[in-house]
Design a binder for this molecule. Structure first.
Ligand SMILES: [Zn+2]
Length: 737
């Protein structure tokens, strides 16, 4: 039996019609509508679910919302991070405290309730739902209910960022990231009917700084428990009057962010709002006169003064919790509470040792993180302790490679230089009252050798894996998308280096889009070289079709950078992207280069300002979900572009190249050696007199160089260079001044 309520008309403040430029608090509708487009049958499921609810509410009435069952729900919080200290790497205690706050909204005990306007005080509902961080993980191991995932996908905040969900019929999963998608929303979630269709994406994903702001997470958990926005789920707020299929939240347009009187006392859509319910006997109708003021303080509105759920909403959420749809009814079952340890106190567990590499200190650096520097660099590598999971009583650091700070007990950062070139091993042991944990990273940073491996004329063909010994490859995010030596294809042989961008796993999360990895050359001595000088290489690539729901195609792109400061500062020289990098079109299988024509020569000009005794080059791959593998071969330094160099490299016997030409300080002859590698050269003046000659054992079937010192040719003038490689004979003119 429903009590008739008096109708109150409250004074409404003038709306000034301001639109707020702030981002939408929630992207749930956008994702729901997108899902509907892809899976139209969801609408039917949704309708069935809703009609059951409406029938239930009409039959039981608001009294049913006051039933006294308590529902306990286990939670797991996932932090998807890029070690953003003071950003998305949210401290443990902040998470624990935030969960306690979320829980208050679900037991009608949140502090904002005191601000609810009198009209709605009688309508405040109690969801009688207790939220708990799980104390056992899916394998039965003890946990504090928080897990951390290191990934670039913290910057993409999407379904692809929902790493390693715990089974959604046992835990409610909540992820935090640095940013959320492209929509500018702060957070989103899926309704149970959607979640049932894709359980691996079930749960809440939110910006890290909304963890304890404006009831954002209770709002999203509301969606997980089948609550719509108070204006419904078909459009943005402040557009048209709508309803959320909950009777005691009056029809409303909803409100954009702004906790102002015109929102709180808005009656635009609800004047005279009442509902008639027919009893099961059909003998007696009862009319409930609901408030004519909309419920702008509802947690499912956007006002940012979210304070309450109504009784009808609580009924709807509790009904979702008793439905098997998306496994909700299992969450609070006695068996599941035992399996997840949700009712147990948080255990005391040892820390998880972790560290990250900061931007270098002691000079100017241009990378957000510095993992490559010449050894004995005046700039320090910088390491930050990021251990978590317990309050630390101490840490112990150990560094290899002749570190200037070989050990440390710093709880924050350690700065160090290294006197021995190569990969540096860093170990960190973190200790608390509950035990200790050690992490060892054998490729934490790279102290680069400063001895040049070559100058103009150098070419690296990557014939064997040992050829990349001092060409460090950084797999920054420690995933499958990475640089590696490849045996199976090559420009002129059967090996090269590749970036493996093709996704070989049938993954639902963890797209390559956003990954970033580096491949860096040894030092080259380019000091004093004037005139044209190029960083040359060949590449072969393809694109593919992206997989997975809701992913748009993003191509791979690759940058070539130079550093003449020992890796401290990098300058962009070139970018190769989209179909230019993917020069072999679309391949639905993993791309492997075939004939020579699948390769394209790349010529990158080296500015004179970056030519010194230690010039390094860096390939930086920015992977996309539409990428396939990219292969790199025959990396070299030359005064000629790859097209000219190619004539020599292909050894057609007609060409040798002399550079610089004219020259004042000596010149280099570039040539292609034959099968036996023999080479004989002669330099004659214009009178035909031999002024300089020699024989060499050159590298067979490869590009070689021979330096002619200025002192060898005497007076300025023109000379003839003759060069024989056993199967070929070539001549060229050389001008000396
Ligand atoms: Zn929402």
């Amino acid at each position: 039996m429903f009590k008739k309520l008096s109708l109150f008309v409250l004074a409404a403040a003038c709306s000034v019609g301001t639109t707020f430029a702030q981002t939408q608090p929630c992207g749930t509708d956008e994702h729901y509508q997108q899902l509907l487009k892809e899976y139209p049958q969801l609408a039917e499921l949704e309708e069935q679910f809703n009609s059951q609810l409406t029938a239930g509410f009409a039959a039981k009435g608001t009294a049913a919302a006051e039933d006294t069952t308590w529902y306990d729900v286990p939670l797991v919080v996932h932090i998807v991070h890029d070690y953003g200290f003071n950003f998305e790497f949210i401290p443990d205690n902040t998470i624990y405290e935030a969960v306690k706050l979320w829980a208050l909204a679900y037991v009608k005990n949140n502090p904002e309730l005191s601000s609810v306007i009198p009209t709605f005080v009688p309508w405040v509902g109690n969801a009688r739902t207790r939220l708990h961080l799980a104390t056992k993980d899916p394998y039965g191991n003890p946990t504090k209910g928080v897990v951390r995932h290191y990934s670039y996908l913290t910057y993409k905040g999407s379904d692809q960022s929902k790493f390693a969900p715990w089974p959604n019929n046992k835990y409610m999963n909540i992820w935090f990231t640095r940013t959320i998608g492209n929509s500018g929303a702060a957070a989103y979630a899926y309704y149970p009917s959607s979640a049932a269709a894709m359980p691996h994406y079930d749960g809440v994903i939110s910006l890290y700084d909304y963890i304890d702001r404006s009831n954002t997470i209770p709002h999203e958990i509301g969606h997980c428990l089948n609550l719509q926005h108070v204006w419904g789920n078909t459009n943005n707020p402040a557009v048209a009057c709508g309803n959320d299929q909950v009777d005691d939240t009056p029809p409303t347009k909803g409100h954009t962010p702004g906790c102002i009187a015109s929102a709180i006392y808005d009656t635009a859509c609800a004047t005279g709002y009442a509902k008639t319910y027919t009893s099961s006997s059909g003998m007696m109708d009862s009319v409930v006169n609901y408030p004519d003021t909309v419920n702008a303080q509802n947690i499912m509105d956007y006002t940012y003064c979210a304070a309450m759920f109504t009784k009808g909403q609580c009924f709807r959420m509790r009904t979702a919790l008793t439905s098997p749809t998306a496994g909700r009814s299992n969450l609070w079952s006695a068996g599941n509470l035992a399996v997840t340890g949700a009712l147990n106190p948080m255990p005391d567990l040892p820390p998880v040792a972790e560290f990250c590499v900061n931007k270098g200190v002691g000079g100017s650096t241009s990378d957000a993180r510095t993992r490559f520097l010449a050894f004995n660099s005046p700039i320090n590598f910088s390491f930050r302790n990021m251990s978590w999971n317990d309050t630390l009583s101490g840490v112990t650091w150990n560094f290899s490679n002749g570190a200037s700070t070989p050990t440390s007990t710093s709880l924050t950062t350690v700065n160090s230089t290294f006197s021995v070139p190569g990969w540096v091993t860093v170990s960190l042991t973190a200790t608390s009252n509950a035990g200790s944990n050690t992490i060892v990273n054998k490729q934490a940073v790279y102290a680069a050798d400063t001895t040049p491996v070559g100058t103009a004329g150098y070419t690296q063909n990557f014939v064997s894996a040992t050829d990349i010994a001092n060409w460090p490859m950084f797999n920054h995010y420690e995933n499958q998308f990475r640089w590696q030596f490849y045996n199976g294809a090559g420009k002129d042989d059967n090996s090269c280096v590749r970036f493996r961008s093709f996704d070989t796993s049938n993954r639902r999360t963890g797209t390559a889009t956003g990954d970033l990895d580096d491949f860096i050359t040894p030092a080259f001595d380019l000091a004093g070289i004037t005139g044209n000088l190029y960083f040359n290489f060949y590449s072969a690539g393809a694109s593919t079709n992206p997989g997975g729901f809701g992913t748009s195609k993003v191509f791979d792109s690759m940058q070539v950078d130079v550093s003449s400061s020992g890796g401290a500062v990098w300058t962009r020289l070139a970018s190769f992207r989209t179909t230019d990098l993917a020069n072999n079109g679309v391949s639905s299988t993993e791309f492997v280069p075939g004939s020579s024509s699948t390769w394209v020569g790349r010529t990158v000009s080296i500015p004179t300002s970056h030519r010194n005794r230690q010039t390094y080059f860096r390939f930086r791959m920015l992977a996309g979900n539409g990428g396939n593998n990219v292969y790199i071969d025959n990396v070299g330094i030359s005064p000629f572009g790859t097209d000219v160099q190619d004539v020599v490299a292909n050894g057609n016997g007609k060409s040798i190249i002399v550079y610089p030409n004219p020259s004042a300080n000596g010149a280099t002859i570039m040539y292609h050696a034959g099968n036996d590698g023999s080479m004989k050269f002669t330099i004659r003046d214009m009178a035909g007199r031999v002024v300089y000659e020699g024989t060499r054992n050159a590298t067979p079937n490869a590009t070689n160089t021979e330096f002619i010192p200025r002192s060898a040719v005497g007076t300025p003038g023109m000379y003839i260079v003759s060069l024989s490689t056993g199967d070929n004979f070539s001549t060229a003119r050389m001008v000396v001044y």
